[in-house]
Design a protein around this ligand. Sequence first.
Ligand code: NAI
Length: 709
Amino acid sequence: MAVTNGNTAVLFQQSGGVGVITINNPPVNTLAREVRLSIAQLIGIAQSDQSIKAIVICGSGRNFCGGADIREFNTPDRQVRPMTRHLMNIIEDSTKPVVAAIHGPTLGGGLELAMGCHYRIVDSGAQLGLPEVHRGVVPGAGGTQRLPRLVGFRKGLEMVTSGIPIDAATALEAGLVDKVVTDVDLVEIAIAYATKLVEQRAQPRRTSKIEIDVSVADGEAMVAEARTALEKAARGMQAPFRCLESVSNTLTMSFEDGWAREAEISEVAVASDESRSLVHAFFAERQTPKIPDIPADIARREIKKVAILGAGTMGGGIAMSFANAGMSVTVIEASQENLDRGLGRIEANYEATRKRGRLSDTDMADRMSCIQGAVDMAAVADADLVIEAVFEDMEVKKSVFGGLDRLAKDGAILATNTSTLDVDAIAAVTKRPEDVLGLHFFSPANVMTLLEIVRAEKTSPDIIATVLDLCKKIVKTGVVVGVCDGFVGNRMLAPYFRQADFLVEEGALPQDVDRVIESFGFRMGPFRVYDLAGLDISWAIEKRRAETRPADERFSPLLERICELDRYGQKTGAGWYAYEDGRKAVPDPLIETMLTDRSAEMGINRRGISDEEIMQRCVYSLINEGAKILEENLAIRSSDVDVIWLHGYGFPRWRGGPMFYADTVGLPDVVATLDRFHAEWGDKWAPTALLRELAEAGSTFKEWDKTRG
Ligand code: NAI
């Protein structure tokens, strides 16, 4: 039979009595509109063609089917019938047995398609799951109704609410698939399987007709247990609870009713800000390596050997990131004693992971063997990339870069991990500023995925492209930023913390601010962050900044007063909070007294501050500073700023990042609030020109990004 609809997104051929439908929609075989139409049409044709006795559905290329086309979300194409959820029923209703031949990642609508088929054969390398919850939605093509019927209620509930996929062997054990094959022609096996079904006169085996395996009472107990766990793990989100509701409907509703209700729940979820934000985050991350003025095919430098200067907190973590990727790395310290201490800390770090059962003995040995130590800077001579992570002191950095200029080989990339110093000034001490850039890792560097790639004035484009590629290897999310104090993330953090400080002077307590920010969705409020990071560190930065801070810029002395009591945060058992059992933050009356005294000293009548005001003053200060950064061309896109906040600062992913969050609030509303704050407090609240311009044009940061390439 010929290809239908004149397209090649779905192919059809016949092998004996078996009709083979191949999804051929690169790169991942999504169920785009024309794919759905073609499959439905071919199933229809196969019903009436007497020569066809059974059907195999398979995918060409890397996988069986990549599920719904995320680009169709919130577009009319998604509504074109058959929608994915109808398609699965059309397949299930086939009077001739349908066998799915599954390989590669088979997620979301891909698995729903497989579950609409009557039998499933799977390649041993496949992954199967319903990750919709990670995009803020609910499986909407029968997945919440069919999965628990196949794998059992408890397992179905867990898979749908967590979104975590399973491998082929687990799928076989769970009853999700009928056969696992390795190293064979999957489609041939599927055709043979289908032929055998015909010989055995096997009937279509419809998933929707399977009984749920638990009683209503037992199932409800499982739902209650899952809900309690989600209330902790998914605070503020709605999608996991929507998934829970839809799966739990299988306990009390017929397939048809549960399926209809799933569609309603799914529609609400698809239209939610939560889903729009998560989809935004997904695309924002894919956008960061695209740099408008750097050709995608620019020649990269080869990075085989890496050297790191300084084996302190950052140097050690950075070395582990490379060793974890199997790359050879030399750590260079100023003395043998420091080196031994640094290497010892790396080993202890791996050992802790090994003890927790998360690293095998051989993996630990392999990683340690990637790391060599040296005490002579000449050891940088054969490195393709050198990362400096010595003390945060301009004179020290300049002297180190002077040495690197002499000792590093031609073409080596010279990077500084400075968090506040001027990368242009550091580059200027070398005769090769084009080879210099900032690589701002976040602490702990072996854990945190964010890497700000600081493009200095003379940095050569090819090293930016090289480092962006390298990010994939060391599993970091690299975002290119410009040179300014604090780069993008920490620069935005400064006004956010200023507001937190002002709020406690005006009447709020640290626990009020933290509660509001945590219920907004941040993992930790600002005062808990202060205490965890160490108040002595913030104090040292403040003392240094005080030297250059403009005279009109007031700063709260509270930090200093707390530090003078030797309260440096969690590590000393007290900071903004007191700590019980070393970890549990509890409000401290002493801090409250200190705040009351401070307010009195400033002539402030402490007032009750609403949760809304606390949230807006902290979060909108981020938005305004982010907009200034965009205006100053220090980040390429607003979505890059979002990625920095999602990966480096625990901004809730389901809100998309600060700039996308501003879009969801509506820029005119954000500007009106900023104007109100400006009228009240002056200070730095005046909305930036870009923000006002976009608000007046009825535009968004997302739209503005399109003008940035
Ligand atoms: P650290 O004080 O823990 O480590 C610095 C190490 O450099 C020390 O072990 C010291 O012995 C060594 N060192 C000093 N001069 C040296 C030289 N000439 N040759 C070789 N080794 C030398 O400091 P940390 O926290 O690791 O910071 C390092 C850099 O990373 C700083 O520029 C800092 O601003 C930056 N950074 C720090 C972050 C943090 O959270 N700690 C986050 C991001 C960046």
